[in-house]
Write a protein that binds this ligand. Structure first.
Ligand code: HEC
Ligand code: HEC
Ligand code: HEC
Ligand code: HEC
Ligand code: HEC
Ligand code: HEC
Length: 418
């Protein structure tokens, strides 16, 4: 029988406590609640995802396991709130990290509360445990939206079919004519009629007949008419327009490969009418340190008047002269926030798969018909929007189908025209 004497017992407890202290207890403080993890995920996506991934190095380090390698949870909290203060204090770990990442300044998140940071860590811990995701198959390119009309292969098939039918018709008519001739020959015809029946069909007789003249005029007339209509319909339409830009900025790289959120750069889409093109300092959040040797990035530095030695902006900043691609005429009013925030419509519905484009092009027609068509087809996104509760209730009481944008005035001239 093992007997533990009281003094030995307390030593065991002390030893146990010591072991507990040494093993990284850090991660045990991190919540594992599903709700907290979900909150952490949205905080992470909104604030950190532009520079960090859990399993992949981006502008900043991959954050998997960071709670075990960083000096402490408190260190992480102060680093997130104000990394430059931690670096300036001479903290060895922070200084090394800063140098390893090309002296890139992490944004200071002074507003993040303790429990919000813990939620972000909860999300990181959860993702760390899940391991890196298996690469998913790329989504099929969406052919809908802006593309209009019949695809060329179908058109060709239809044309070939029509030609075959025409040839068959000519052959059948030929048979009919000779059968008729034989039939008439058996009758007793006057000399005059016999001449008509046996008059030879030559190119000359065909081209001189009034029927032929009519067919030719008809074909030429309809082709000309179609060309004029097509021309009129395409006045002012710039679908497919993809001008060369002063800096070879690629959406395929930034929004595609690096998954930077569209709204990180086009902040205007959340606030109002214009989507806005990002100013140089948004680019400089990364490019003060990323790919600095590239001549394209040097152009960026010139525009920002960035002084790499002193890491400051000089006085001679000038905006980059991006060429505007989408442009409605002044008579029309279009508001991004109304569609993106209130309507909940994805950018890609109107702009196509921008994240696969090296050079952006105008994907949709941007005609009045295009706007109206969508307002006829699309349901109003009334979920969680108290503003619509009463309207939807009234609409449902009176009607049958879900409320479309057109039921809410989406076809009224004055909504879109000044
Ligand atoms: C503008 C880019 C940027 C953003 C946004 C950003 N970080 Fe960072 N982060 C960095 C860089 C770069 C480093 C490397 C250290 C340095 O250069 O200062 C870093 C380092 C860290 C570290 C230390 C990593 C380690 O290996 O010890 C943590 C933790 C961290 N970031 C968390 C966050 C969290 C959480 C957010 C969002 C709330 C966030 N970061 C947002 C760029 C960013
Ligand atoms: C890193 C910043 C950045 C991100 C992220 C980004 N864009 Fe852009 N976007 C730009 C810049 C800079 C331009 C102007 C240069 C050009 O046209 O390529 C632009 C141009 C555009 C244009 C054409 C504007 C015009 O002149 O009519 C559209 C449309 C667009 N972006 C949509 C998107 C969508 C959709 C996403 C997300 C899938 C996205 N952008 C993500 C920076 C960004
Ligand atoms: C969140 C970080 C981030 C932001 C913001 C960002 N970039 Fe980039 N950019 C990158 C990364 C990462 C690369 C790829 C570097 C590499 O290929 O190693 C890159 C590459 C580039 C390149 C290609 C350079 C070359 O020669 O290969 C250009 C040009 C560029 N960016 C322009 C811009 C412009 C203009 C903006 C602002 C509208 C911008 N970037 C904003 C991260 C960013
Ligand atoms: C319902 C269709 C629709 C949706 C959804 C939409 N856009 Fe647009 N976008 C347009 C139209 C139309 C224009 C032209 C506006 C004008 O000329 O006044 C435009 C113009 C732009 C421009 C260039 C001009 C400007 O307004 O600054 C950018 C950049 C842009 N969109 C980005 C985006 C991004 C990013 C998203 C998603 C967050 C988005 N758009 C969602 C229809 C849409
Ligand atoms: C992809 C579908 C789609 C396209 C394309 C589209 N819209 Fe809309 N639009 C919507 C939706 C959905 C709403 C309703 C948003 C809401 O709930 O208020 C809306 C609302 C509006 C409103 C506010 C209507 C109201 O009742 O107050 C205006 C104005 C508008 N759109 C203008 C335009 C213009 C101009 C264009 C073309 C340049 C356009 N839209 C193209 C889907 C679209
Ligand atoms: C959903 C938005 C929307 C509504 C509703 C709407 N329009 Fe338009 N309209 C547009 C847009 C966008 C254009 C510009 C299209 C273009 O340039 O091809 C336009 C163009 C026009 C033009 C052509 C102007 C020109 O110089 O080419 C006329 C005329 C017009 N609209 C009249 C009307 C009338 C009348 C109504 C009401 C019955 C109406 N619109 C309702 C969006 C709308």
């Amino acid at each position: 029988m093992i007997k533990v004497s009281p003094p030995r017992f307390s030593k065991v407890i002390i030893a146990l406590l010591f072991v507990f202290y040494l093993t990284p207890v850090l991660s045990q403080d991190i919540p594992t609640d599903a709700a907290v993890i979900a909150q952490g995920e949205s905080l992470f996506n909104a604030n950190c995802k532009t520079c960090h991934r859990v399993h992949q190095k981006l502008v900043g380090p991959a954050l998997e396991n960071v709670y075990n390698r960083a000096p402490s949870i408190d260190w992480i909290k102060s680093f997130i709130r104000n990394s430059s203060a931690v670096i300036a204090s001479g903290d060895e770990y922070a200084v090394k990290l800063y140098n390893d990442y090309g002296k890139t300044q992490m944004t200071a998140f002074t507003g993040l509360k303790d429990d919000q940071i813990m939620a972000i860590l909860a999300y990181i811990q959860d993702e760390t445990k899940k391991g890196p995701p298996v690469a998913a198959a790329p989504p099929a390119a969406d052919g809908g939206g802006g593309q209009q009309g019949v695809p060329t292969p179908y058109l060709n098939a239809i044309l070939i079919g029509m030609v075959i039918i025409l040839i068959l018709l000519v052959v059948i008519l030929g048979f009919l004519v000779s059968a008729l001739k034989r039939f008439l020959d058996q009758k007793s015809l006057s000399e005059e009629d016999r001449e008509v029946v046996h008059s030879p069909i030559t190119l000359g007789t065909i081209t001189r007949s009034p029927g032929f003249a009519f067919v030719v005029v008809f074909i030429v007339g309809s082709l000309g008419f179609k060309a004029v209509i097509n021309g009129l319909y395409s006045v002012g339409i710039q679908q497919g327009y993809a001008p060369k830009q002063p800096i070879a900025f690629s959406h395929k790289l930034h929004a595609g490969a690096y998954e930077i959120d569209c709204k990180y750069c086009h902040v205007g889409t959340l606030k109002g009418k214009s989507a806005t093109i990002p100013s140089v300092n948004i680019c400089m959040n990364c490019h003060s340190a990323v790919k600095t040797e590239s001549p394209q990035i040097q152009k960026l530095w010139a525009a920002a008047d960035w002084q790499p030695e002193t890491k400051t902006y000089g006085p001679n900043q000038k905006p980059i002269e991006w060429v505007r691609i989408h442009n409605l005429p002044d008579l029309a009013y279009f508001n991004h926030a109304q569609h993106v925030v209130v309507g909940g419509i994805e950018c890609q519905t109107c702009h196509g798969p921008v994240e696969t484009m090296d050079v952006v092009k105008q994907y949709s027609l941007l005609t009045m018909g295009w706007c109206i068509d969508c307002h006829r087809k699309t349901d109003v996104n009334s979920k969680g929007n108290a503003y619509y509760d009463k309207l939807v209730e009234l609409h449902n009481a009176a009607g049958k189908k879900p409320m479309k944008v057109e039921d809410n005035g989406g076809l009224e001239c004055a909504k879109c025209h000044y």
